[in-house]
Design a protein around this ligand. Structure first.
Ligand code: IPM
Ligand code: MG
Length: 356
């Protein structure tokens, strides 16, 4: 038996997770999987219920799970809360607590959606890149950090820090991913300015010696941002630190037309993982059956592949997404002329029907 923890979270989280679970149930049935599915609280929903965005009960369940499916966290009603109680702290807390250092963010353009991108179709047609983002270090978690009084005025500060072992393990994830793809890895840093990046580059080069088949290149982050919107198809796998990966992965997502299509996986050294769409909680459309569940459904596919050893099930889901797009079904975020506008529930139902 495999244990899955579901954390719907806030905004559109519960509705997209609901559709993804319909798909998971059906795949489990088709593949004869034995799953135990529990539900827990995270983010604003957890704060509302028990006063903390990452409650102890969730922590306990998370540690026991083989995989976690998360919806989204956050909402305007929580913005005034002190930092430690904000929904985002729930997400950062679970990443750090479980040691989920390797964040995989694929940006794949489905050919059916080529016209949904704000870039010209020929620039993005066939796009298939993977960003490997380090997720538990860097300026997100580095110390010292804070806001304090210096010479009569307040000063805010954070610390970008990476140890050799942290760089080494994420570099290895990047090289391994590249080995399974087109064998090209671009490491993104700011080594012309930052010591932390100087070390990053040195360690990545060293790890690269173990992967002679992989063509390794290096790019400064500002140039990488430009190249992503200029000629994104030059990339196969990109590996980078936490903050650069945060920024570049949003840019990469938009190349594909809709952030509503992209899944992500955050893994630790044991193979357990947290799977979530890369988009946020979209409070403006929550509860209206408008949200696109595909990113969450594809996150389930990643979960089957990376944590549950169910490649077949993963492929079934990915094929079903292609089929439903071929049928012309579109949620509002990917709607285009001549296609059929559907709500999130109808999209979920169509995906379930397309699984067989
Ligand atoms: C992401 C998000 C998070 C991050 C926020 C919600 C804390 O932007 O997963 O990319 O910055 O990592
Ligand atoms: Mg982000």
């Amino acid at each position: 038996m495999q244990r899955i923890l579901v954390l719907p979270g806030d905004g559109i989280g519960p509705e997209i997770v609901n559709e993804a679970l319909k798909v998971l149930d059906r795949v489990a049935e088709l593949e004869g999987m034995d799953l135990e599915i529990d539900e827990g609280l995270i983010g604003g929903a957890a704060y509302d219920a028990v006063g903390h965005p990452y409650p102890e009960a969730t922590r306990v369940m998370a540690r026991e799970a083989d995989a976690i499916l998360l919806g989204a966290v956050g909402g305007p009603q929580y913005e005034a809360l002190e930092r430690e109680l904000r929904p985002e702290r729930g997400l950062l807390g679970i990443r750090s607590d479980l040691g989920l250092f390797a964040n995989l963010r694929p940006a794949i353009l489905y050919p059916q959606l080529a016209s949904a991108s704000t870039l010209r179709p020929e620039v993005v047609a066939g796009l298939d890149l993977l960003i490997v983002r380090e997720l538990t270090g860097d300026i997100y978690f580095g110390h010292p950090r804070g806001i304090e009084l210096r010479d009569g005025e307040r000063v805010g500060f954070n610390t970008a820090v990476y140890s050799e072992s942290e760089i080494e393990r994420i570099a290895r994830v990047g090289f391994e991913a590249a080995m399974k793809r087109d064998r090209r890895l671009c490491s993104v840093d700011k080594a012309n300015v930052l010591e932390v990046s100087e070390l990053w580059r040195e360690v990545v080069i060293r790890v690269g010696e173990e992967y002679p088949e992989v063509e390794l290149s290096h790019m400064y982050v500002d140039n990488a941002a430009m190249q992503l919107v200029r000629a994104p198809k030059q990339f196969d796998v990109m590996v980078t630190g936490n903050i650069f990966g945060d920024i570049l992965s949003d840019a990469a997502a938009m190349l594909t037309g809709s952030i509503g299509m992209l899944p992500s996986a955050s893994m630790n050294a044991t193979g357990a993982g947290l799977y979530e769409p890369i988009h946020g909680s979209a409070p403006d459309i929550a509860g209206q059956d408008k949200a696109n569940p595909i990113a969450t459904v594809l996150s389930v596919a990643m979960m089957l592949r990376h944590s549950l050893g169910q490649e077949e099930g993963a492929r079934r889901i990915e094929a079903a997404v292609g089929r439903v797009l071929d049928q012309g079904l579109r949620t509002a975020d990917i709607q285009s002329e001549g296609c059929t506008l559907v709500g999130g529930k109808a999209m979920g139902d169509a995906l379930v029907a397309a699984l067989n």
